[in-house]
Design a protein around this ligand. Structure first.
Ligand code: NDP
Ligand code: 8X3
Length: 253
């Protein structure tokens, strides 16, 4: 793969962390965002020891001011981002749409949609000016097929699909590429977060079948980013072999 500067949001866990590891080395420069500064530093030290160039960019993606000043603080030789991986995201709870917490839903929408849009608005103009760049948005199977108790999360990922598709149209007369990767069930910290730290409930989500790992999704992202310049992987739906829809998994008893 050509040397690239890659900015990953939510790189402290799961799919984002796996993407950082997958792109490490190979002449890439990694800019890793997250809120957990200790974890970010630990990852930076580990990847640097393995020969990668890494910078950490700690901020909460919902904080637009912190986001803008963090991105503006990048030294000139790091500021030309080639690949933006909009990965930071979450779901909170599984309440019905007429019963859940508006505050939690605001958090989900602010993180999964508004922050993705703000990062895009900050980083993509430079890509357009330089005539090169790739935006990878981590969507979800949930954006294709809504399920009960997940309305706001599903809507947020449907928004990621719409924003990816419209950005691709906006950029059609440029060399930039837009990819929406839509995973099914991936065993990360995602379900622990969704169930407010209830590890047993989170484990049950992946019981009886082999889920994807963060690394499997990172491999898809890597494939899309390292494709030849004239090839745009627009969208990938990737799920465990034992999964067929957002809710149907074959579980062994
Ligand atoms: P994890 O919970 O393991 O990772 C989520 C990452 O996003 C963490 O690094 C988390 O940091 C970060 N993050 C969350 N909120 C913020 C914020 N406000 N500011 C900065 N960083 C934040 O889950 P996944 O790796 O599974 O999730 C990554 C993406 O993949 C999400 O967009 C998710 O919706 C999507 N996805 C996940 C699937 C799955 O089954 N796991 C399937 C389909 C899509 P922190 O530790 O600070 O919260
Ligand atoms: C996360 C996968 O099935 O919980 O996007 O919606 S699922």
């Amino acid at each position: 793969m050509k040397a690239k500067t890659i900015l990953i949001t939510g790189a402290t866990s799961g799919i984002g962390e796996a993407c950082a590891r997958r792109f490490a080395g190979q002449g890439t420069r990694l800019i890793l965002n997250g809120r957990n500064t200790a974890k970010l530093d630990e990852l930076r030290r580990e990847l640097e020891a393995a020969g990668s160039e890494v910078r950490t960019l700690p901020f909460d993606v919902r904080d637009r001011e912190a986001m803008s000043s963090a991105v503006a603080s990048l030294p000139e030789d790091w500021s030309e981002v080639d690949v933006l991986i909009n990965n930071a995201g979450l779901s909170l709870g599984d309440d019905k749409e007429y019963e859940g917490s508006l505050e939690e839903w605001d958090t989900v929408i602010d993180t999964n949609v508004r922050a993705l849009l703000a990062m895009t608005r900050l980083v993509v103009p430079g890509m357009v000016e330089r005539g090169r760049g790739h935006i990878v948005n981590i969507g979800s199977i949930a954006g294709d097929t809504p399920y009960g108790g997940g309305g706001v999360y599903c809507a947020s990922k449907a928004a990621v699909k719409a924003l990816s598709d419209s950005l691709r149209i906006d950029l059609v007369d440029t060399p930039l590429r837009v990819t929406n990767v839509k995973p099914g069930k991936v065993e990360t910290h995602f379900s622990v977060t969704r169930y407010h730290g209830d590890q047993a409930r989170a484990d049950a989500v992946y019981e009886g079948f082999e889920p994807l790992r963060g690394e499997d999704v990172a491999e898809v992202v890597y494939f899309a980013v390292s494709a030849p310049d004239h090839v745009q992987i627009a969208e990938v739906l990737v799920m465990p072999t034992a999964q067929a829809t957002s809710t149907l998994c074959a579980r062994k008893k």
